[in-house]
Design a protein around this ligand. Structure first.
Ligand SMILES: [Zn+2]
Ligand SMILES: [Zn+2]
Length: 428
């Protein structure tokens, strides 16, 4: 429902995607708030009790522990079998001399999610407005930037694609560890959806910003920048620009207003384009059957799957490895041009395009995970083996660099001279 405008009572918030100044009224449990101008979620659904988030996070962490206790997958062909644990996927990449891929696999599937869950449990269990929890501010600042890099759900899709690729060649058995991993991933997604950062930050470091705190009248029909205000990207606190550009609540330092990072986005996009060439020229994996090696590029793998009749899987790999990276690079380049021209028509559509681009980029990692699983699982000596190829490294770098490029883009550039809005917030 449409609610209070600028004159309403509540805390002052500044939209981090379009720089619109607004009033956020008290939310009822389950009620979220989004910016009326760009529809960015300014506040997630308010939680009735932080203990609910805590219990889901603990369940996810326990399930993550079980992933390391059992077998992950088993493979056998013509009497020769092999069983792998979860850690074997990273270990085999190390064995093939790809330590950076092994580190990326472990970090995105269990390392960073484990860190995220442990920190969230600590904050939810210990943070109280009336006492200072040691290290809480530093941990809370760290958590939100981690969220795009938690890819357990992408890994599950990668495992399923890998299994479908080899199911006709060998007998595959799913181990208890894989089941635990799937449950852990679902619990992790549920935990994300429950975290209410506004309330959590209020427990860690209470700092409600009211319009009267600024010592001057605020104009809620103008952007924050035009009133010398900026928003903290860690704790969402709006503050008057100070010489160090430091958030008064969490201490995070920010770039000065007006610093244009579009050149950095362009540089990262150019790097991604260059790396995408070896990612397609070199083989992403090689299948060795009875001593004969058959290298396969990304496109070659798609064609092979389509020829074998696995159209849905061929389509998944084609979309994740070709359509998504290329369209992401083109979309970000177009947004950089639009931001530079300063045209403000269709700013909402462009912001939506940015959000889609930012959200889908991580799914390109599917093919890298497929290679990691196949390289670790398919080990039947001279009879049959699959080795990762050099393109896996280039392609993983393309995915990581385009994700960073998306994070460096500042959507507020799309709204620089936009018509000033008339309403403040919508409740959803
Ligand atoms: Zn906005
Ligand atoms: Zn802050």
């Amino acid at each position: 429902m449409s609610i209070a405008n600028a004159s309403g009572r509540g805390r002052v918030v500044l939209c981090r995607q379009c720089d619109q100044l607004m009033i956020l009224p008290a939310r009822a449990p389950g009620e979220s708030a989004h910016c009326h101008r760009c529809h960015h979620h300014v506040a997630a659904a308010a939680q009735r009790d932080v203990q609910i988030t805590l219990s889901w996070a603990i369940a996810a962490a326990l399930m993550l522990g079980l992933v390391f206790c059992f077998d992950f997958l088993s493979f056998s062909t013509r009497g020769i079998g092999h069983t792998m644990s979860f850690i074997d996927a990273a270990r085999s990449l190390l064995g093939y001399d790809y330590p950076s891929l092994a580190a990326l696999l472990l970090a995105t599937t269990v390392g960073l999610p484990g860190l995220y869950l442990a920190a969230l449990i600590y904050l939810c269990a210990g943070a109280r407005p009336d006492r200072r929890l040691p290290g809480a501010i530093a941990l809370a600042r760290l958590l939100r930037p981690l969220e795009p890099w938690l890819m357990s759900d992408v890994f599950i899709v990668g495992v399923l694609v890998a299994l479908i690729k080899i199911v006709s060649l060998a007998d595959i058995q799913i181990g208890p560890s894989f089941v635990a991993f799937c449950i852990y991933s679902l619990l992790l997604i549920r935990t994300f959806s429950l975290v209410d950062w506004v309330t959590l930050w209020d427990a860690i470091a209470p700092h409600p910003v009211l319009a009267s705190d600024f010592g001057r009248a605020l104009d809620f029909h103008r952007s924050g920048r035009s009133q010398q205000l900026m928003v903290c990207h860690a704790c969402d606190t709006p503050f008057a620009i100070n010489p160090a550009h430091r958030c008064p609540r969490c201490g995070k330092r920010h770039l000065a207003h007006g610093v244009d990072r579009t050149q950095l986005t362009w540089a990262l996009l150019a790097t991604a384009v260059i790396l995408y060439i070896p990612a397609n020229v070199y083989p992403i994996l090689s299948t060795v059957t009875l001593g004969e090696s058959e290298p396969q590029t990304i496109i070659g793998g798609v064609v092979h799957l389509a020829a074998a009749g696995s159209w849905p899987i061929a389509l998944v790999i084609f979309v994740a490895s070709v359509v998504v990276p290329i369209s992401k690079i083109i979309a970000l380049a177009w947004l950089c041009v639009a931001a530079r021209r300063g045209r403000q028509r269709n700013a909402l559509e462009r912001t939506r395009l940015y959000r889609v681009t930012e959200k889908i980029g991580r799914w390109s990692m599917i093919d890298v995970f497929v290679v990691a699983i196949l390289g670790s699982l398919v080990q039947a000596g001279a009879l049959m083996a699959i080795h990762p190829g050099p393109a896996a490294l280039s392609f993983a770098a393309v995915v990581v660099i385009t994700m960073i490029a998306a994070l460096t883009f500042d959507t507020r550039l799309l709204w620089q001279n936009a018509d000033e809005p008339r309403k403040a917030l919508d409740h959803a």
